[in-house]
Design a protein around this ligand. Structure first.
Ligand code: ME8
Length: 519
């Protein structure tokens, strides 16, 4: 499989918009951190990036959660949204817009799209009767729902009959299928692609996209027809359109013109059907181009169970962050979980990764290098020449030069954990290099020019691995750079920043300070 993200100027990255019927947990932070790492990486590579996240605030779930707490839906959502926003601030999430489905520009887009599709005949009025799950806000067919239980949450289903609007999903599903078949890299990973294709083949009916049973939602706009009751737009139809309203769809000289279509839409595998079938079908109906990639990642489990609000086994990111730091948390999630596969969070694994990778390998490399620079050269870069080193003593230079390209390949294939593995290989090699070159012996023998050349090999390597790590661990790398006395803009970086040869005689370094103290 080739590179997924090709060289083009604009990169548009989205996460699902999260339900606000409860507070954010580690599963939500997983999706959002992956999106943030990609967004930061592409900014670092000089691309224009738009990173959208937000909250899904309408529907019966919210109405019920508010009722249970004795609040109005608006009061409930306003409170929970703050929890999400402060969590993303704590986790260093660099989104460009936080969209709420209660934002007035979103509401206008949803109503406008609904009317446009109705006028084109892609939405029609009919009657719906079916087995409905109030919790998941979805209808199920008899085959999907054995014993009248919801196949997703196992709750009891009720028979519901209502006048309703329908979207012609059955018409557009064949377009979606042909598109998936002709675009290998549209639905990723491959297992998700197969899953959605067999779902389409199981036969599809039109999608009911309005409800008369809810109040907390976006009202169906005036369509010039008489309706017996007020209709509200189905929460998924509303929510999916955030990806358009979030970049000012149908506004003049908007981000939409610059960023559409999305480069990558990150989702959990639980909402694949909505993003790899219903959403593309809506886009076909609107005549818009489809996202380049929809990536359905796996779940984070804890003690063998999927973490979820409904199961009540939710692990709060704040607890982990407080114990290990935000960068260690971001590192763990992207290093330990292979994107696309399920993974498990355990405190033992977290501790192990923290001590071995962050404290021993990376932190120690920085600390011992700066300590030696202080001891031997009073933190000043001095004179050295390339001829001071044998070919075999320039191994780090060769490795660091190819690292940047290797990381680029991994990132464009969404192999975030492999990129980290590759970076840490070079870090471990740098530690080994110190043992092999034994700077203390060079100092003892008064080979000062060679000693400086060796130290610069290590310093350059530290600088380049840190640049590669910066999308994953932005604040730790900021501290590393401060200690290396490098003050660079990583959002609009100089193009030569990734090149070998930054440190020059006369430059001064900062003082060593542990970044990841051992636990
Ligand atoms: O589905 N492991 O919102 P939601 C990994 N509002 N990821 C997890 C996870 C876990 N244990 N639990 C949740 C919705 N997630 C809709 C989306 S989009 C137009 C509307 C992540 O709050 C994962 O990305 O239930 C999943 O898809 C998302 O949270 C669901 O969040």
């Amino acid at each position: 499989m080739g590179l997924y993200i090709s060289v083009s100027d604009a990169v548009y990255i989205t996460t699902p918009i999260y339900y606000v019927n409860d507070v954010p947990h580690i599963g939500h932070s997983y999706t959002t951190i992956i999106a943030d790492v990609l967004a930061r990486y592409y900014r670092l590579m000089g691309r224009k990036v738009f990173f959208l996240t937000g909250t899904d605030e309408h529907g019966q779930k919210i109405e019920k959660a508010a009722e249970a707490k004795g609040l109005s839906p608006q009061e409930l959502v306003d409170g929970v949204v703050l929890r999400y926003q402060s969590m993303w601030l704590d986790l260093n999430i660099s989104y460009d817009r936080f969209i709420r489905t209660t934002d007035s520009d979103h509401v206008s887009v949803v109503q406008a799209v609904f009317k446009q599709l109705y006028d084109k005949g892609h939405i029609y009025l009919g009657e719906y009767e079916g087995l409905y799950c109030h919790h998941c806000e979805a209808y199920y067919t008899d085959t999907q729902a054995s014993e009248k239980c919801c196949p997703d949450c196992e709750r009891e289903l009720t028979v519901l009959k209502e006048e309703a609007f329908f979207f012609r999903l059955s018409t557009f599903s064949s377009d979606v299928k042909s598109y998936i078949l002709s675009h290998d890299d549209f639905v990723l990973p491959i297992s998700r692609r197969n899953e959605i294709l067999s779902y389409i083949d199981s036969g599809l009916t039109d999608l009911c996209i309005s409800r008369t049973t809810i109040r907390w939602g976006i009202e169906v706009p005036d369509l010039g027809i008489q309706l017996s009751k007020k209709h509200y737009i189905y929460v998924w139809f509303d929510a999916l359109l955030n990806y358009l309203s979030g970049i000012q769809f149908q506004q003049e000289s908007s981000s939409f013109e610059r960023f559409w279509p999305p480069t990558i839409q990150l989702i959990g595998k639980d909402i694949l059907k909505f993003h790899a079938l219903i959403w593309p079908a809506m886009l076909f109906a609107m005549g818009l181009s489809l996202p380049k990639h929809v990536f359905g990642h796996g779940f984070i489990y804890q003690g063998g169970e999927k973490m979820s609000k409904s199961k009540g086994n939710v692990l709060s990111p704040s607890v982990i962050v407080e114990k290990y730091s935000v960068d260690a948390f971001r590192y763990f999630l992207t290093r330990e979980m292979v994107l696309g596969h399920d993974g498990t969070y355990t405190d033992e694994n977290m501790l192990q990764r923290y001590n071995s990778d962050l404290a021993n390998d990376y932190g120690n490399l920085l600390n011992r290098t700066l300590t030696m620079m202080g001891k031997y050269f009073d933190f000043q870069i001095g004179f050295f020449t390339q001829s001071d080193l044998e070919d075999s003593e320039r191994v780090l230079e060769r490795e660091a030069k190819i690292l940047v390209g290797n990381v680029e390949i991994c990132m464009s294939e969404f192999k975030l954990s492999v990129a980290l593995e590759t970076i840490f290989c070079v870090i471990r090699q740098a530690n080994k290099y110190i043992e092999q070159c034994a700077p203390w012996a060079l100092h003892k023998n008064n080979q000062l020019s060679k000693l400086m050349a060796v130290m610069v090999q290590i310093l350059e390597t530290l600088r380049i691995v840190s640049l590669c790590l910066s999308p994953y661990m932005p604040s730790a790398v900021e501290q590393v750079f401060a200690q290396l006395n490098i003050h660079e803009d990583l959002v609009n970086p100089r193009p030569d920043l990734f090149e070998w040869g930054y440190f020059k005689p006369g430059m001064a370094l900062g003082r060593p300070e542990p970044i990841f103290p051992r636990k």
